[in-house]
Design a binder for this molecule. Structure first.
Ligand SMILES: [Mn+2]
Length: 406
């Protein structure tokens, strides 16, 4: 049995207000080619199909059209789609009844019976020539509170218990030689979070040992950097296109093959990003240099650019426009943002301007503090005129304080 594992399509995402519809269309084009060539029995999409809970009609239309085309072009292909934290689970599942007719199972909001999650709906058989060849535990993203509570109650124990119950049910149902595959949209402990906001790292995570040894493969979504966690068979397929400037690593889908109930091989197939995402120059450089780099940047291929600036002193307020004007005739290049890195101050021992302790601060006059801070900010001495003004202000302040005390 062979599956194609993918996730984090984030359809409809716009990149710094640039519409990415063409890129998503190109992704589907590449995906169709891969499916045609690989002929998987099933495609598992582990969440974050859309970028937002209320995607535009245009992007939903593209999704409907492309998914239908995939199903029609590949007879017998079974697709299982689970909701991610970016998706509206109920919206995603609303067309599930129709998709069922085309071999697509959509799992959004967990269906409940008498208040309890109906486990059976999340256990999906995969067929090969009319025979069941494997089982998928199709679990969507669920908030911690949606998992049933456990004895030793915490998030990871809830997740562990939930998958264990599912596994046990599927294990009872399977006959020998049928692998059990788990889907999930969650954060695993020790994942490589490159490209994500720090916040995602602070979220609840689950350790790799929650998965029963009897599970042949874990098809994960949520983390955008394709990777395996511990064992080779616990994997994030990663996002299919870069979603931020920091996701400057290859993006891919994963092909997994099974030999009876175990995974036999796994490999990634890269998706070529239709529009490159580049930070230039690689190392922060002074603004004047960056403008040079932008002016000389080749515009033979489309690219999203982030200008990497080493800022020093007071920078101009209209920097973005100034930088953007360097690209004025290059229609394929899109300047998205400026990344500003402050130039490291010289070490205090060298310039003697830094104040290291409260004690030191008490010993020096307010005017001295102002002079030093001026020098650090502007890299030049405070002008005499300003020093005089400072002195006046300080003296006035001192007299006022005295008057207050009297
Ligand atoms: Mn995602």
């Amino acid at each position: 049995m062979k599956i194609l594992h993918t996730s984090d399509w984030h359809l409809g995402q716009s990149f710094y207000n640039f519409n990415r519809e063409e890129e998503f269309r190109e992704f589907f084009c590449q995906l169709r080619t891969i499916i045609k060539k690989e002929q998987p029995d099933a495609m598992l999409v582990s969440g974050d199909i859309f970028d937002v809970a209320t995607p535009s009609n245009a992007i939903v239309t593209m999704y409907n059209k492309e998914l239908l085309r995939i199903q029609q072009e590949n007879e017998g292909l079974q697709t299982i789609i689970t909701a991610g934290n970016h998706d509206s689970p109920s919206r995603l599942a609303s067309a599930g009844i129709l998709w069922k007719e085309f071999g697509v199972t959509v799992i959004g909001t967990p269906v409940r019976k008498k208040g309890e999650i109906d486990m059976q709906q999340m256990i999906v058989p995969i067929y090969e020539n009319g025979q069941i060849s494997g089982w998928v535990l199709a679990v969507p993203y669920m908030h911690s509170s949606s998992y049933p509570a456990t004895e030793n109650d915490c998030y990871s124990e809830r997740v562990r218990a939930f998958y264990n119950r599912l596994f046990n049910i599927a294990n009872e149902m399977r006959t020998s030689g049928q692998p059990i595959i788990a889907m999930g949209h969650l954060t695993m402990t020790n994942s490589d979070l490159t490209g994500h906001d720090v916040a995602i790292g602070a979220m609840d995570s689950v350790p790799v040992d929650i998965w029963d040894d009897g599970i042949a493969y874990v098809a994960l979504g949520h983390i955008h950097h394709a990777q395996h966690i511990g064992a080779d068979n616990v994997r994030y397929s990663g996002s299919v296109l870069p979603m931020s400037f920091d996701e400057n690593y290859p993006h891919s889908v994963t092909i997994v093959e099974f030999e009876k109930e175990r995974m036999s091989t796994v490999r990634k197939i890269e998706i070529n990003p239709p529009i490159a995402i580049c930070t230039i120059p690689e190392k922060p450089a002074p603004f004047e240099e960056v403008k040079e780099v932008l002016s000389n940047y080749p515009d033979d291929k489309p690219a999203y650019l982030r200008a990497n600036i080493l800022s020093e002193g007071v920078m101009p307020t209209d920097m973005f426009d100034e930088a953007n004007s360097c690209l004025k005739d290059k229609t394929k290049l899109r300047l998205c943002r400026l990344l500003q890195v402050r130039k490291q101050q010289e070490t205090p021992e060298e310039d003697g301007n830094m104040i290291h302790s409260l004690d030191e601060l008490r010993k020096i006059s307010p005017i001295e503090v102002a002079k030093r801070s001026y020098k650090i900010k502007r890299q030049e001495e405070m002008p005499e005129e300003l020093i005089e003004c400072m002195k006046e202000a300080v003296e006035e302040g001192a007299t006022e304080t005295k008057e207050d005390e009297q």
